[in-house]
Design a protein around this ligand. Structure first.
Ligand SMILES: Nc1nc2c(ncn2[C@@H]2O[C@H](COP(=O)(O)OP(=O)(O)OP(=O)(O)O)[C@@H](O)[C@H]2O)c(=O)[nH]1
Ligand SMILES: [Mg+2]
Length: 601
């Protein structure tokens, strides 16, 4: 499958098309959760800030580990506070609760300054800070330093002492009054002790009159995944710069493994919202098992993929595609998520190619270099050939809006629902082009096709015998679906079912994550409405029983020769074009310029 012309146009567009998620008219104006009062949890390392955030939110949002320095970025979550004395839903108000890194933590990865800067950003942007201290350890100099910093900056602060697991612990809390912030509320985040007192204090200390009554679920979750140092956080910051004028939303550094937790960053515009999820970078599993945090980070990254509507797989243009990249792409495909292969650091790739140019060589051409890189990716990531490829320079925000538009475009594709008539027409045409070959020579029949779900588009074919539709033939159907239906660049889930197995059972299976060819108990057996096979088996005039699809009609010329194997490193990865600029063969072409792809919005 080739990337469509529409996609290319989107990526090359100097000005992105106007749509709901255009950048704020007034960059710099904070639009994210704008009316939500912000409460930041601040404290020295390992006092239980993430545990408190999780306990208040009632969900595991932040990674909790019994060691300092786990949280680095600002992790934020909307928190519901009820202001109705009877607890009625009309009294719901929402605030933004922010978890921060440990203040004063000396990070072994030389990120101390970055972490401190993020904490200070959280403090200064908050309407209220919860200064968290440790009731077990008692008052420390570090607590005093933070309290004095908050006082100096005139930040409204509420003192909370964690690890006060019972009334006995409360007796020692008076000592913390020396911080000049009154006696702390003694809580236990892990035992949910006295959380109601924290909620009461929040109600008393925040102006909730303007706080929103509800937080609508975002319209799209966009996960950014990839190897360590590929530039994921840089891309998140580029988006934050675009929409909020905030280029420092998450920590960026050349230290591999900077991001540990998955960080949801919510952007809002005109009542529409998007959540971009920054994730921890992946690397070879054998390097990871020794380290608990990395293990959690990796699983949180995988979870982010499962939560996402669209996934950006970031690739570093200066590095070859490696095993973790392939496994990651496989995982994304296995989850049936629309994926964009986002090639980042294109500035460096181009600069490198130019540096390595020899005298007399033709000028390095950006477009040719991209074409070569596309070919390289087609070879390296064969199972995601349908995925669009985008080239960006996250560091300076180049093509960032275009790639966001592309995400939205894929989201629309994945959520498109087709009429049964249109689907059956497509299936009929596919069967006309090529029938399954059966070992027994018996006729394969499709009685009926129906779409039972979107995101991923899930199509069930009711057939006379499932085994007649082997993997090769299913791949053929999928490829043809991609050409004929408006799902050119997103994964499609195809289920082959025996006639009589009702679509409700198939739906149940789809929900349970059953893959193509999996069987379900035929509990519900609503007969398909059409008894007649869509196409009578056996080759008929103008059809072939086996072999490659005919080059007929719109599919003519559909197949583009596969790039040669083994022509490994790309122009971009090693700065050396593997074909002379200008000689790059055109990449697989859009199959049907006037077909469904051309018709896509
Ligand atoms: N030249 C150039 N450098 C970039 C670009 N994007 C990111 N970088 C640099 O690459 C390094 C890593 O960037 P990060 O955004 O922290 O990478 P990450 O993928 O979030 O890394 P981890 O969180 O460690 O997995 C930083 O030094 C960035 O400045 C780019 O488009 N061009
Ligand atoms: Mg990062």
């Amino acid at each position: 499958m080739g990337r469509t012309r529409k996609t290319c146009r989107l990526l090359q567009a100097a000005r992105p098309p106007a749509h709901w998620f255009a950048p704020a008219a007034c960059p710099g104006y904070p639009v994210r959760m704008s009316r939500m009062p912000v409460v930041a949890i601040v404290g020295r390392p390992n006092v239980g800030k993430s545990s408190l955030l999780n306990a208040l939110a009632g969900k595991r949002i932040s990674i909790v580990q019994d060691m300092p320095g786990v949280t680095r970025d600002r992790i934020s979550v909307p928190l519901r506070i009820n202001v109705d004395p009877d607890g009625g839903a009309a009294g719901d108000r929402f605030i933004e609760l922010v978890d921060t890194g440990g203040y004063g933590f000396v990070d072994p990865d030389a990120l101390t300054e970055h972490i401190r800067h993020q904490i200070e950003l959280a403090m200064t942007r908050a309407d209220l800070v919860l200064l968290l201290v440790d009731a077990e350890t008692g008052l420390t100099t570090a607590d005093e330093q933070i309290a004095s910093l908050l006082r100096r900056k005139s930040i409204k602060t509420l003192l909370v002492a964690n690890k006060a697991d019972g009334p006995r612990a409360d007796t020692g809390l008076g000592d913390f009054a020396r911080l000049g912030l009154g006696t702390p509320i003694g809580v236990s985040a892990i035992n949910n002790r006295n959380l109601d007192l924290v909620f009461t204090a929040l109600r008393q200390n925040l102006d909730l009159s303007d706080a929103p009554h509800e937080v609508k679920p975002p319209e799209m979750f966009l996960a950014i995944v990839g190897k360590r140092n590929a530039g994921k956080s840089t891309l998140v910051n580029a988006v934050a710069q675009l929409y909020e004028g905030d280029p420092e939303r998450v920590i960026v550094s050349e230290v591999p493994g900077t991001t540990r937790d998955s960080v949801d960053v919510r952007f809002e515009k005109d009542g529409h919202s998007l959540v971009v999820i920054d994730t921890a970078g992946v690397r070879k599993k054998r390097h990871m098992v020794t380290n608990d945090i990395e293990f959690y980070s990796f699983h949180r990254a995988e979870r982010s993929i499962r939560r996402a509507d669209v996934v950006f797989h970031l690739l570093d243009a200066t590095e070859p595609v490696s095993d973790p990249d392939k496994k990651l792409a496989q995982y994304i495909v296995g989850q049936f998520k629309p994926i964009v292969l986002v090639v980042n650091k294109w500035d460096l790739a181009l600069a490198r190619a130019r540096e390595q140019q020899k005298e007399g060589d033709p000028e390095v051409d950006d477009t040719v270099l991209m074409e070569q890189y596309r070919e390289y990716l087609d070879q390296e990531l064969r199972h995601v050939k349908y995925a669009p490829i985008a080239f960006i320079t996250a560091k300076d925000g180049r093509k960032v809006q275009a790639v966001l538009d592309l995400a939205q475009h894929l989201f629309k594709q994945a959520t498109e629902r087709l009429s049964t008539a249109r689907l059956n027409q497509a299936v009929r045409q596919i069967l006309d082009e090529r029938m399954p070959v059966t070992a027994s020579g018996r006729r394969a029949k499709v009685f009926y096709a129906t779409q039972i779900d979107t995101a991923p588009p899930t199509i069930v074919l009711f057939v006379n015998k499932v085994s007649y539709f082997d993997d090769t033939y299913q791949r053929f159907i999928m490829n043809r679906f991609r050409e004929m239906l408006p799902y050119a660049e997103v994964p499609i889930k195809l289920l082959i079912r025996p006639r009589g197995q009702g679509s409700r059972a198939a739906t149940a299976e789809a929900e349970a994550g059953g893959g193509p060819g999996a069987t379900v108990d035929a509990g519900t057996t609503r007969p398909p409405p059409r008894r007649q096979a869509l196409r009578k088996a056996g080759p008929s005039k103008g059809t072939r029983a086996s072999g490659p699809p005919r080059k007929s009609g719109k599919s003519a010329g559909a197949k583009t020769p596969r790039p040669k194997q083994g022509s490994k490193p790309t122009a971009a990865s090693h700065g050396k074009p593997h074909a002379k600029p200008g000689s790059a063969k055109p990449h697989r072409k859009a199959q049907t310029p006037t077909g469904p792809r051309g018709r896509r919005k």
